[in-house]
Design a protein around this ligand. Structure first.
Ligand SMILES: [Zn+2]
Length: 226
């Protein structure tokens, strides 16, 4: 994300460094790396990106935000890299954080196999939320009211006991929040056969909200969220 010049990387999954370079995002320009939770599809490149942000530790800079279990008991962040960022902060339920001119909060602990948080980001001009991996639970939507909501959607239908949101869950959340726009991302294998980009218009019709299925390399200008 580039929010008024503050560049933030959320969840450095597989290939983060390669994709960053491909899309002309310079890791040494990053102000922060945020990890929602330590599952590999979100965290596998976090050590690589900490090195890239700090020039291999030679230029301590930037902030790192992650849940405590990413640092201990099956840590995914190597101890020797934890001194490279200028600031390391633990994510906790109900806390507020800031980096550059951007504020964000982690309103509620998610129901997922490991410690997981979603985010509400605030800039001087915009407010948007990101509902990361979680099982649906009471009041989930109420924590993420914003003009733009990004939702991690794994599957078409609920596949209990998987602790993830389905497309049906996402539709209910969108109907409750009623944002100006919703973006669906994090598609699992059962979503690909239905071609997420082909169901955008149906989901938009069903919810009454403009819904976009994220693509690799897609750019979204917050000023266009109207
Ligand atoms: Zn996960």
């Amino acid at each position: 994300m580039n929010l008024g010049g503050t560049q933030i990387l959320l969840d450095p999954g597989p290939g983060s460094l390669v994709y960053a370079i491909k899309h002309k995002c310079e890791p040494p320009q990053l102000s922060a790396i945020i990890l929602s939770h330590k599952h590999l599809d979100h965290s596998v490149d976090i050590n690589v990106m900490i090195e890239a942000m700090t020039d291999g530790g030679w230029k301590p800079r930037g902030c790192l935000f992650a849940p405590s279990d990413a640092f201990n008991n099956g840590a995914v962040i190597f101890p020797y890299l934890q001194k490279y960022p200028q600031k390391v902060e633990l994510l906790e339920e109900g806390k507020q954080y800031s980096v550059g001119g951007v504020e964000f909060s982690t309103p509620v602990k998610h129901i997922h196999q490991v410690e997981t948080y979603g985010f509400v980001f605030r800039t001087p001009t915009h407010k948007f939320s990101w509902i990361t991996d979680t099982r649906v639970f009471n009041d989930l939507a109420s924590h993420y009211k914003a003009e733009l909501v990004i939702i991690n959607v794994l599957s078409l239908e609920s596949r209990l006991p998987v602790d993830h949101l389905s497309l049906r869950d996402a539709e209910l959340i969108i109907k409750e929040i009623r944002p100006k726009m919703a973006v669906l991302t994090h598609f699992g294998l059962t979503m690909w056969p239905v071609k997420p980009w082909e169901i955008e218009s149906k989901v938009s019709e069903d919810t009454g909200v403009r819904v976009i299925a994220a693509r690799d390399g897609m750019k979204l200008d917050l000023d266009e969220v109207t």
